[in-house]
Design a protein around this ligand. Sequence first.
Ligand code: RFL
Ligand code: PHB
Length: 389
Amino acid sequence: MRTQVAIIGSGPAGLLLGALLHKAGIDAVILERKDRDYVLSRIRAGVLEQGAVDLITSVGVDTRLKAEGLPHAGFSMGFANRRLRIDLAGLTGQHVTVYGQTEITRDLMDARLAHGLTTVYNAEDVALHDFDSAKPRVTYVEGGVTHEIVCDFIAGCDGFHGISRASVPSGAISLFEKVYPFGWLGLLADVPPCDHELIYANHPRGFALCSMRSPTRSRYYVQVGADEDVAAWSDTRFWDELRRRLDPEAAAAVTTGPSIEKSIAPLRSFVAEPLRFGRLFLAGDAAHIVPPTGAKGLNLAASDVHYLAEGLREYYRDNSEAGINAYSARALDRIWKAERFSWTLTMLLHRFDSMNPFEQRMQEADFRYLENSRAAQTTIAENYIGLPF
Ligand code: RFL
Ligand code: PHB
């Protein structure tokens, strides 16, 4: 098979890149290790910046997003049983949109199918070859048969555990990482949310987050130990722990119900540099991870593929390499700012066993400063709604 761009991974980064390239008249094939239903069963992000919404709109995949996405003009932070609302709309004039990553993925997959674009699911043993030459190749096994794709470029959109970043010689790549000593236990249930906006709570027992997917479907998280076993968490234990960590008003408003999904995600900050190796580009979680506290992971995947698609469009349309040459630096500039924000919010909102009394007082002072400073609230708000790209 021959294509212009071979995309590895059909998460939001790969699918959105595929849609942007299709719009630009550039031919691409997506190779995905899992099947469609498996990809759609992963429960992940829920908050979209306007920039991500605009990109999805630009490829014409916004019908359900416009109908079902929930505009949120603010969110709250809880601390010592007090609640501080960050007025996103009042402070920045903008809002975020609550719409699940699963739904975006489904919409983009359906659009690909409708346009007759090729996605190979269950592609095993994907291997990247010769990306330091002008004729890169990708091989994979499907149904026991080995196939080869000859292409101009490879886009590594295969997430943190993918093959793309791992294919780069270790001397050519620098990795920056911070692993946090805890994870988030998430629960999805068909119950109405406890509030019309998100609540991020810092409590002596640990962090908790009240989020949602729709007016009838809630997503909640509690901070747990890094090596906690999800099997140790019955629904009842989860609901009890969640309510203990919320202020009395929020706790009283929690409607409990059977979980649809329950899983633990470790928290990590990670960046690989650079994002280009000859004719291989990294984008999305393949290149970087943020702790979910700032709701930035999916949004960064969107800005990465926006820069990459622009570069590839310039390459094919204008015969210019300027855009692909600038890709790594442009994307990394925005990535590091989102890393900074996600790290700051994680440090503010979680309890660390290692915190000494001085550090604990610093966290409390941070919060009290935020309560009384419009400037500090604006800093949080302008990062939460998303820096421009
Ligand atoms: P994905 O979604 O991991 O997709 C990568 C795809 O590549 C496939 N793959 C391979 N395919 C072929 N060959 C191989 N060797 C392959 N190896 C892997 C995988 O099967 C998969 O289909 O990466 P992508 O596209 O870069 O998207 C990134 C986002 O998924 C991620 O950043 C967000 O989910 C992060 N995130 C959040 N981001 C937000 O912007 N807002 C949020 O509110 C938010 N909440 C979250 C989150 C992530 C979470 N978890 C579970 C990590 C909440 C949670 C709990
Ligand atoms: C979610 O709804 O899954 C969600 C929302 C906000 C975050 C992280 C996750 O910061």
